[in-house]
Write a protein that binds this ligand. Sequence first.
Ligand code: 13P
Length: 268
Amino acid sequence: MARLAKVYLGTNTKMNKTIRETQAFLQALDAATADLDRAALELFVIPAYTALYHARSAAPRERIKIGAQNMCWEEQGQYTGEISPLMLAEIGIDVVMIGHSERRHIFDETDAQENWKVLAALRHDFTALLCIGETLAQKESGIADEMLRTQLILGLQNVTADMAQKLWIAYEPVWAIGENGTPASEAYADAKHAVIKQCLRELFGAAGLDIPVLYGGSVKPENAVALISQTNIDGLFIGRSAWEAARFNQLIRTVLPALKLKRSRMEP
Ligand code: 13P
């Protein structure tokens, strides 16, 4: 279908990189990718909280969007340890990631909390990047599709089609993420993205098909082209393989020609 004008490529640096390391990473990534046409590429980096302020000025906003890894749904008050939408707005953050697998499974966040965060992020005019994905046990029990639909329906309650214009979805199967993860095959990932797109269509009508759906989970130079070539995969959300600017740049440059081919194949 290839109805989206851009490909979405980004990294979540998780609990890695100091302020200085984040700045150096962003400067190197920007220098390496400055020539790429942003009409066709949305590049984003989601660093650790302590580095966010400095990250904002390390690369031009029109070339690299900066995201936060989490956010409280409240604006202020008795929420020790939390960061509010007002604080992120003050820094000039573009994207807020919500419900990353590690937040759900290590820190026990619930679909209801992810929903409050999505609503708060959209209300404050951030792009909300909602992450969803099934566990290995759920996959093996044959209920992956149901889990994805549940996470979408509960996580997106009270989001209107209009608000969804600033929504991105990342499909990150829990079993595929991190050092012990096994990447999803491109066929499996594409099938799950089709389920997600169908659900977004049910929730938001035709506007649901304009929501980018990114794949994440052990993306690396060896599988990036096969993944991005799939009909329903609009972008890649990368961890370890993007944490070195030169390696991320190389991955981006491998993906872009594959995308051109995919577009020409899909156009009527
Ligand atoms: P890895 O690419 O290291 O598996 O991490 C993916 C991820 O969690 C991105 O948010």
